[in-house]
Design a protein. Sequence first.
Length: 237
Amino acid sequence: MLYHQQPKKQLSKIATFFREFDLLTDISSEDQAQEVLRRSARLIHTLLSYAFLDTCEISTVHDFIFLHSLNIVTGQDHSRIVRVGLICHITPFVSTFEELVSTYFDKADQEYLERTLSYPEDLNIKINYKWADNIPYRIIRTGPKAIRIDCLDSSFFTVKFPLQTSDLLVLFSAMINGRGVLYDDIDFSSLQPNEVKFLNYTEEAKRYGLDLSDFSINVSEPESWNVITKRYSETIG
C-alpha cells in the first residue's frame, strides 16, 4: 500500500534538509533533559522510517546510505537546540521526511495523525545512532513491518571500487568530519571515468571545499552518479 498518495519525483541533485528545534525549553533537571532528547531521537527516527516506507513504494532502491545530523547546539540565549539534518541521493526519501517533520511540528495534531494513520502501528525499527553531524547510516527493510538503520561512522573508511552513490555519501561524511580514507587496491586501469574524476575532485576539494552541486545523479538509476563541476577543469578531465 502506498502510504503517501503524492509521491515525490527523483531528481538529478543530491537532496538536503536541515532544521533546528528548541525542544529543551523549561527543562528543570538533567534527567528531564535526557528524557526529552530520547523522545526527540525516537520521533526523528520514526519519521525517517515512515519516509523510507513511502520511498520503498515508489523507488527501486530499497537499501541505501544517507547522511544524518542529530545534534545539540547552544543558542545565543544559552538554550539548547536540537539540530536535524538529512543528505541523500534518493529524492523521495528526503522530501517525504521534510514533509513529515513539517506536518508534525507546524500543523495541527489531527492533521499529523491523519497523515500517519496508514503506517503500521507495530513497525519494528532497529537502530544504533550517535549525536553528531553528517554521520552515514544504512537503511534497509528487513521485513514487511521491519526496518534496520545502521550507523556506519568510523575513525577511517576503506573504499572499494566501483563506487555507488551511497558509497560517495560515506566519503562525503569522511571529508566533512575529517575521517581517514583508505583506498583498497586501486586498479587505475579499471576505474570508470567518473571515478577518476572523483579522485581528482577529492584532491581539489581539500583546497576549495566540498559542494554537493558538483555531482549529478542518474534519475532512472540513483546509485549511478557523475562529477559535473567546471571549477576544476584543468585537473578533472
